[in-house]
Design a protein around this ligand. Sequence first.
Ligand SMILES: NC(=O)c1ccc[n+]([C@@H]2O[C@H](COP(=O)([O-])OP(=O)(O)OC[C@H]3O[C@@H](n4cnc5c(N)ncnc54)[C@H](O)[C@@H]3O)[C@@H](O)[C@H]2O)c1
Length: 436
Amino acid sequence: MKKITIIGTGYVGLVAGAGIAEFGHYVTCADIDQNKIDQINRGKIPIYEPGLKSLVSENIHKGRLTFSSEVDPCVESADIIFITVGTPQDRNGESDLSAVKAVAETIGVHLNGYKLICTKSTVPIGTGKMIESIIRSKNPNADFDYVSNPEFLREGAAVKDFFHPDRIVVGTSSKKATSIMRDLYRPLYINKTPMVVTTVETAEMIKYASNAFLALKISYINEIANLCDAVGTDVHEVAKAMGQDGRISPKFLHPGPGFGGSCFPKDTKALAATGREKDSPMRTIEAAIQTNTNQKLKMVDKLIQLMNGDITGKTIAILGLAFKPRTDDVRDAASMVIIPELVANGATINAYDPIAMPNFKRHHPELNYFDNWQDAVNEADGTIILTEWNEFRGIDLFDLKSRMASPVVVDTKNILSIQQLQSLGFSFDNVGRNAV
Ligand SMILES: NC(=O)c1ccc[n+]([C@@H]2O[C@H](COP(=O)([O-])OP(=O)(O)OC[C@H]3O[C@@H](n4cnc5c(N)ncnc54)[C@H](O)[C@@H]3O)[C@@H](O)[C@H]2O)c1
């Protein structure tokens, strides 16, 4: 069994660390965020991810999973080091690689004998070479192999995705590294998970090309939905029939308020930036980004239209702050754009999300927060649904109407029954379903 160090204990690092420990390896998850490590060591999981708490505590209990805020000794003790730090977007839309560079320097300084250095963070094409050269600049005799092993897990289903990936991508020029990676992922390999072995640069490209394609698909169906609104057709019928074509697939054909989260927005922008830098423009991706920005603002316009062109002084209830259900992540969520836009138009916000409120509150402490949707909608002049949590799918519309000052709803996730909204006399809008 190997000794593994994961550097960066966030959504990816914590899930990957606990998952690899479950394979039987000895894993230390390291992070410079002392608070986060202290929290985990006290038994508190800093993120909401179904199934993660028990996976972490079982592996801690079995002595295979530990946590540390001292990164240097964790580099020294490891056979394999995973880099899973954040790569947020910088001011120019490019990937901010400062954390990756800092980790590469730390690894260079503390490398003591052969190790496999493996990047799971999403990094622009060419970053692997940069990491190798930083390590060598700090340690000219460094003995290591480098692997790009991009992560494809989805928040909200991350544990399941880690154990049941569609494929594992391993980018390396080293046979030894390939064999170590095959060995590491053997438990999945036995389940017939395909392993794509390729170059470092191709692996880096696969990650961006995949994420940007999914984002493109979302922007595409959102534009189709908007056109459905304009011509009086139902986007759900359109998307369903489209998805029955095996070449298209039904996935990522759900119209809504635009994609968000910690990956698609920044990854599309980083890919577009790479295209511009290499003089190979990514016009489809640039368009998907623009469509996505417009889509969020369109949701605000829909509400303002329903409220006779003016929301000044009105109270708007927001149901759902997370960028999707089953996560507490609000990074680049639609709520992050839509709520400030509503406030700029003079509205007061009552907000509720079953899990993501503490994270959202950190960015917007000024809003009114409630412990349940019923209290959030009381006396509200309008309600917008932004996340398709199950508890919103099951909302009793009669109850909703009786609580609100006026029955106005924008259902950006198309989860409410149009027939019921109509029969109860709601003034409502959705995304691409005006035909019904
Ligand atoms: N979140 C996802 O769904 C997802 C999926 C696939 C890939 N990715 C990619 O994985 C990477 C990590 O994403 P995330 O969502 O887990 O990020 P995150 O922000 O949740 O976690 C990153 C962690 O790295 C730590 N860190 C930063 N600098 C450090 C340093 N020098 N040494 C040690 N720790 C350091 C931070 O304190 C933080 O805990 C990103 O590149 C992201 O694009 C994310």
